[in-house]
Design a protein around this ligand. Structure first.
Ligand SMILES: Cc1cc2nc3c(=O)[nH]c(=O)nc-3n(C[C@H](O)[C@H](O)[C@H](O)COP(=O)(O)OP(=O)(O)OC[C@H]3O[C@@H](n4cnc5c(N)ncnc54)[C@H](O)[C@@H]3O)c2cc1C
Length: 400
C-alpha cells in the first residue's frame, strides 16, 4: 500500500497533526510509525502537565500564537472527549526588587499576548491564595491549569486510529528514508513503507530524522533531563495549586516550581541537567551515540562554555538534596529536606543552533518530501492542536 502521508513519532504533536489532517481531508491514506510499544512514552508522557496560558512568550512568536490558539482548542477537545482538567490558576512570584522589575515585564508581555485577566497582586493577596509562599509581589494567572497530557494523547490515538481510519503501528523504529521521484521509502527496523510525504514529529530524535531528507541541518537537539521531587502526602498542604518563580530572562526554562498534578501528587522542581542519552531518565543512562552527536556539535560546545557556571550548579542540585531543597525554600521557606521524596524525570528536547544559540521558538523545516517539526518545546503539549493544524496546512497544500 502506498500512503499519502506518514508521520514519524506518536507523541502529542504527531497525533494532533494526524487528527487535524484527517479532520480536513478524511480520505487521506495516513500512517503513524512509532518506535515504542505505545504512544506518548517520551516528552508527552513525562511532562509537568500544566496547561500554559502563553504569558511568557515573545508577542508574535510561534510559541505565543500557537499557545493562545492551542489553549482554546485543547479545552474544547477535552470538554468534548471527557478528559478531566482543572483551570486552577497559577502565581508567578517575585521574591525581591530585582525580580519585581522582571515581573512587570512578564505582566506586560502577557497583556500583549491577549491575557486580559492577569494582574499583579500584593504579598497579602498572594498569601490568601498560597499561604506558605514567600514573596513581595506576584502575577495572578487565572488561565493556567493542569491536565494529564498522556490522556490527551491516548484519546487522539484512539480517534485517529479507530474513528478516522489512520494506521498506527508500534515497535517500528524509523532508520532511513530514501527519496524517489514523487514518493519516499521509509525503512524501519521491521519493514519498508512507501509514502508521498513524510511528517517528522520525532521529538528528541527529530534532528536525526530530518537529516535523512535535509542533508545540511543547522541545528541539533540536545537532551536536558528535568528531575522532580514530590512532596510527602502530609506536606501537600504547603501547595494549593501552581507556584512559579520569576523567570530568569536568560534562562526562562530554568527555575524550580511547584505543580499540583491532576493525578493528585505535588511535584517540585525540575532542575535541568545535560542528559548523556536522549531518552535517559536515570542519572546512569548513557548513549555514546547521543553523547558523541552532542559533544561534536560546535553549537553545543559554544553553549557549554558560555553557560558552564549554570550547568554545574544544576548538576550540584541534581546530586545534592540539600541544595535542591534550598532552591525550593526560596519560594516556600518552611519546606525541609525530609518533606521531599524522589519523583519522576522528563527529558526536554532543546534545539541548539550552529552558532551556539538556544533556539527559543518552534521551528518547522520543509522540502519536497518532508515537513519536519524541529523544535517543539514547552508549551507544545498545550499548543499541540494548533501546531497540528499548522503542520496539516503545510502538508495538505501539496495535495490540493
Ligand atoms: C520535563 C518536561 C516538562 C514539560 N512541561 C510541560 C507542560 O507543563 N506543559 C506543556 O504544554 N508542555 C510541557 N513540556 C513540553 C511538552 O511535553 C513537549 O513539548 C511535547 O510533549 C512534545 O511532543 P512531541 O510529540 O513533539 O514529542 P514526544 O512526546 O517526545 O514524541 C516524539 C515521539 O517520536 C518517537 N520517535 C522518535 N524517534 C523515532 C523513530 N526513529 N522512529 C519512530 N518513532 C520515533 C518517540 O518514541 C516519541 O514517542 C514539558 C516537557 C518536558 C520534557
Amino acid at each position: 500500500m502506498q500512503y499519502d502521508i506518514t508521520i514519524v513519532g506518536a507523541g502529542i504533536v504527531g497525533l494532533a497533526t494526524a487528527f487535524k489532517i484527517l479532520e480536513r481531508k478524511p480520505d487521506t491514506k495516513l500512517l503513524i510509525l512509532e518506535k515504542e510499544p505505545g504512544v506518548a512514552m517520551h516528552q508527552t508522557g513525562n511532562n509537568s502537565g500544566v496547561i500554559h496560558s502563553g504569558i511568557y512568550y515573545r508577542p508574535g512568536s510561534l510559541r505565543a500564537l500557537n499557545c493562545t490558539r492551542g489553549y482554546k482548542q485543547l479545552l474544547e477537545f477535552s470538554d468534548r472527549e471527557g478528559i478531566p482538567y482543572d483551570l486552577c490558576g497559577k502565581i508567578i512570584v517575585a521574591t525581591d526588587e530585582k525580580e519585581q522589575a522582571i515581573l512587570a515585564t512578564v505582566l506586560e508581555r502577557g497583556r500583549q499576548n491577549g491575557l486580559d485577566k492577569i494582574r499583579m497582586i500584593s504579598a497579602a493577596e498572594m498569601k490568601e491564595k498560597e499561604p506558605h509562599v514567600y514573596g513581595v509581589e506576584a502575577i495572578d494567572v487565572p488561565y493556567a491549569g493542569i491536565i494529564d497530557f498522556k490522556s490527551v494523547a491516548d484519546k487522539l490515538a484512539e480517534i485517529v486510529s479507530t474513528r478516522m481510519g489512520a494506521g498506527l503501528l508500534f515497535n517500528q523504529k524509523v532508520l532511513n528514508i530514501y527519496t524517489r521521484s514523487g514518493y519516499s521509502e521509509i525503512v524501519t527496523d521491521k519493514e519498508v513503507f512507501s509514502t508521498k510525504l513524510v511528517i517528522n514529529t520525532a521529538g528528541l530524535h527529530s534532528d536525526e530524522i530530518a537529516a535523512l531528507t535535509i542533508p545540511k541541518l543547522d541545528l541539533r537537539i540536545i537532551p536536558f533531563r528535568g528531575e522532580y521531587m514530590t512532596l510527602k502526602k502530609e506536606k501537600e498542604y504547603l501547595v494549593k495549586n501552581l507556584i512559579y518563580p520569576t523567570p530568569d530572562p536568560d534562562f526562562p526554562w530554568l527555575g524550580v516550581h511547584f505543580t499540583r498534578m491532576i493525578k493528585g501528587v505535588v511535584e517540585a522542581g525540575p532542575n535541568a541537567v545535560f542528559a548523556f542519552k536522549k531518552e535517559g531518565y536515570k542519572k546512569s543512562d548513557i548513549s555514546f551515540h547521543d553523547l558523541g552527536r552532542a559533544l561534536s556539535f560546535g553549537g553545543f560546545q559554544k553553549i557549554m562554555f558560555k553557560f558552564m557556571k549554570f550547568g554545574l550548579a544544576e548538576y550540584y542540585r541534581s546530586y545534592n538534596k540539600a541544595a535542591f531543597t534550598k532552591a525550593l525554600q526560596k519560594l516556600i521557606p518552611e519546606i525541609q529536606k525530609e518533606d521531599l521524596l524522589p519523583g519522576d524525570s522528563g527529558v526536554r528536547a532543546l534545539a541548539v543552533g550552529r552558532n551556539g544559540e538556544m533556539i527559543d521558538d518552534f521551528v518547522f523545516a520543509e522540502n519536497e518530501w518532508a515537513v519536519n517539526v524541529l523544535n517543539a518545546p514547552s508549551p507544545a503539549a498545550t499548543a499541540c492542536l494548533s501546531i497540528g493544524e499548522s503542520v496539516a496546512e503545510k502538508a495538505l497544500a501539496r495535495f490540493s
